[in-house]
Design a protein around this ligand. Structure first.
Ligand code: FMN
Length: 483
């Protein structure tokens, strides 16, 4: 997907340079923007810059950034490797690499303005938690990116960067050569655009929804799954407003038409994203979609509904499905007319904020309590994965109390899958108990339960946890640090 986004972006930028169309990139009018993207003048050689020696350690990175339209030269065929770039320029580079997804609203900082060349990029980066500004409401629009900001912001984008420490040795401005290398290293393998494993599941009674599902599956390199009814719908069954079978099912809140016995997904746990296609039947999803949603565990998955209809909009047909998979992250659904083109489906998919694969492998969390913060590595099991998914929606605070003089335990407020096994705990173990309680161990205990993770350095943990009740806030380690 990234390659496609990047090539579309590159093609677009070339077109813009040639015809000067009024687009966000073409309308960049500030000196900064001209400096940033004004590389229309011929470079010394294709893919090269006159001030980048072929044997420079950043030469390949600079060429890659240019080829992919991520970070261009400064005009006159120069890359200006020793120059600096602003925080805004870095965010624009990351936004371009992500394929410039659609955003809503304006950048949320006091020194950023709507309608500017960077507005969408800063809004996007802020929404994604890549930047948080200086904490006083300002973004530092024209401030040069420091070495540490470069590392942290790009790291957040790929999900595996360092945490912010405020290291004075990295407070100086990064050079454009350093920025090119950091972008190249982090993004060249498609880190920011690879979505998790995708399933496109659909029901289509008369064939209108099917091709759209096929386009989506093709575009996403996803698995395609047709929801086939056990009892096929005849023409008479579908003759709506005749009290036909479909009419009756739609009128019956309890109706759950059976899915064909052979029609089963054996590895639903392996999917991160499920596109769910259906025709509108009396303003709603057909009841077989309800059957489908009740047949699997969608906890932690992102579900993207889409539908076709004769003329109705998607209405409440998508939101009425939410309760059937309450643990899922439901994106807004979209209605298409029968015969919608592949191109339209691709464009729609490009606008979606689908989770990245990195999110699944993201394995560091923080625990904050009583003014202390510890980092922990999550275990390699489906329970820890589900816990990380839970934390993706934000920090989670658990009210914990002492138990057995070896742990603090509290209600998680959610049910996670269990992978219970006999464990003898040690200080720093984070354990899931009975699927819905989380414990932080400061001493030894032996029982059958599920390992969620372990605090990297549990020194002083017992004292830090203190005696009695404590509020422990769990958070994904790459969110919430200032930069
Ligand atoms: C029982 C039934 C009810 C329908 N209700 C609506 C409706 O409320 N609004 C609408 O625009 N189309 C309605 N339609 C038309 C279908 O939504 C439309 O033809 C759809 O594209 C069919 O998709 P499919 O061929 O994938 O089954 C209904 C069709 C059936 C069979």
């Amino acid at each position: 997907m990234k390659k496609r986004a990047l090539s579309i972006l590159l093609a677009l930028m070339l077109t813009l340079t040639a015809c000067g169309t009024n687009s966000s990139a073409a309308s960049m009018g500030t000196a900064e923007s001209v400096k940033e993207i004004g590389s229309a003048a011929p470079a010394a050689e294709a893919g090269g810059f006159s001030d980048v020696p072929a044997d420079a350690d950043y030469a390949q990175a600079a060429a890659w950034c240019r080829e992919n339209g991520v970070l261009n030269g400064v005009g006159g065929g120069r890359f200006d490797p020793e120059g600096t770039l602003t925080r805004t320029m870095l965010v624009v580079a990351l936004y371009r690499a992500a394929g410039e997804p659609a955003v809503n609203g304006a950048p949320p900082f006091t020194d950023t303005q709507a309608g500017t060349w960077y507005a969408n990029a800063v809004t996007w980066a802020s929404e994604k938690g890549l930047v948080q500004g200086y904490g006083n409401g300002s973004f530092g629009t024209n401030n040069p990116v420091s070495v540490e900001q470069l590392e942290v912001i790009i790291g957040r984008c790929t999900g595996n960067g360092p945490e912010w420490t405020g290291d004075p040795a990295k407070a100086h401005a990064a050079t454009r050569a350093q920025a090119a290398m950091a972008l190249y290293t982090a993004l060249r393998d498609g880190n920011t655009e690879e979505t998790g494993r995708v399933l496109v599941a659909y029901f289509s009674a008369t064939g209108a929804t099917r091709p759209l599902a096929e386009y989506a599956a093709d575009t996403l390199h996803a698995d395609l799954f047709e929801i086939v009814p056990k009892e096929p719908y005849t023409q008479a069954d579908l003759a709506y407003y005749t009290d036909c079978r479909a009419d009756r099912e739609q009128n019956d809140p309890a109706a759950r038409p059976a899915i064909a016995d052979t029609c089963k997904i054996t590895d639903m746990a392996g999917y991160d994203v499920v596109f769910l296609g259906y025709p509108i039947w009396h303003g709603q999803a057909p009841k077989i979609i309800y059957t489908f949603l009740e047949s699997y565990d969608f906890t932690g998955k992102t579900i993207v509904p889409f539908c076709t209809s004769h003329s109705s909009g998607i209405g409440s047909s998508d939101t009425n499905l939410h309760a059937l998979a309450a643990g899922a992250n439901w994106l807004s659904g979209r209605r298409f007319a029968a015969g919608t083109s592949r191109d339209s489906i691709e464009k729609w998919i490009d606008t979606l904020a689908l989770p990245k694969q990195e999110a699944r492998t993201m394995n560091q969390i923080t625990l904050s309590f009583n003014g202390h913060t510890y980092t922990a590595a999550l275990a390699d099991n489906s329970s820890a994965e589900a816990f990380a998914e839970l934390l993706k929606s934000g920090p989670l605070t658990v009210s914990a109390h002492d138990y057995g003089n070896f742990e603090k335990v509290g209600e998680l407020g959610a049910e996670l899958p269990r992978n219970d096994e006999p464990i003898t705990t040690s200080a720093g173990d984070i354990i899931l108990y009975q699927g819905n309680q989380i414990t932080v161990y400061y001493a030894q205990n032996a029982w059958n339960f599920t390992r969620l993770g372990h605090i990297n350095d549990p020194s002083g943990l017992r004292e830090a946890l203190g005696s009695g009740d404590v509020e422990i806030t769990f958070q994904l380690a790459d969110s919430g640090t200032p930069a």
